[in-house]
Ligand binder design. Structure first.
Ligand code: SF4
Ligand code: SF4
Length: 206
């Protein structure tokens, strides 16, 4: 089987059979504008505030997207750790819309049903949307409860996670940084309608 060596991660061997040549086009269509003209300067990685926790740097993700390494990219924890701060996108000399690309990769990972059991990002995003859609604004204690239930997979696991972080939560409440009771916006129904329409439009564009 033919193999190519690429400096995605030093010494990593990439098998052609594992690459999807259409992946970059798919990513561009989903929102990653200009991904194909990345010239690997690394400016995005240099300014990324969450790169320390990522399994692949933003530059490496761009390389992998261009090489068609679809499975590895969509299974990567990096896409869920992007904080959407836009630092990379505002600095990229090639105009690659990296923040949008990270968002597009998240959507593709969910659409493709990628097994993300060990990655907590989807659990966080789903919990966030559930609460935002019912209240119109965030209620952190409920976010934490939902997130713990979804990410730990059992009541015992969720209870343990909550006990561990409870002292920090209490500090936030005492300092007035976190509400103890939820607040609902007046037009929460309209917000829900907007959200449902977006979901419908997404379905139609597939
Ligand atoms: S800053 Fe832009 S051109 Fe440079 S590596 Fe990142 S995406 Fe590629
Ligand atoms: S938008 Fe995401 S990838 Fe880009 S610098 Fe911010 S956290 Fe890093």
């Amino acid at each position: 089987m033919a193999e190519v060596m690429a400096q995605v991660v030093p010494q990593q061997t990439i098998k052609l059979k594992d690459c999807d040549p259409n992946f970059v086009k798919e990513v561009i269509k989903a929102g990653g504008k200009n991904a194909h003209i990345c010239f690997q300067c690394g400016t995005c990685t240099a300014g990324c505030p969450t790169v320390y926790a990522m399994d692949y740097t933003p530059r490496q993700i761009l390389r992998m997207v261009n090489l068609g390494m679809k499975d590895k990219v969509l299974q990567s924890g990096t896409i869920w750790l992007c904080a959407s701060c836009y630092t990379c996108q505002s600095r990229c000399p090639r105009g690659v819309e990296i923040t949008s690309l990270m968002g597009a990769l998240k959507s593709l990972a969910i659409k493709e049903g990628v097994d993300v059991k060990n990655i907590k990002g989807p659990a966080f995003y789903n919990s966030f949307i559930d609460i935002a859609m019912s209240n119109g604004r965030m209620f952190e204690p409920m976010l934490f409860l939902k997130f713990a239930m979804k990410s730990e997979g059992s009541l015992t696991g969720a209870a343990k996670a909550m006990m561990k972080d409870a002292p920090f939560g209490m500090k936030l409440v005492m300092k007035g940084k976190m509400a103890f009771v939820p607040h609902k916006i007046k037009q929460s129904k309209q917000l829900k309608t907007i959200y449902e329409n977006i979901k419908k439009m997404e379905g139609e564009s597939e």
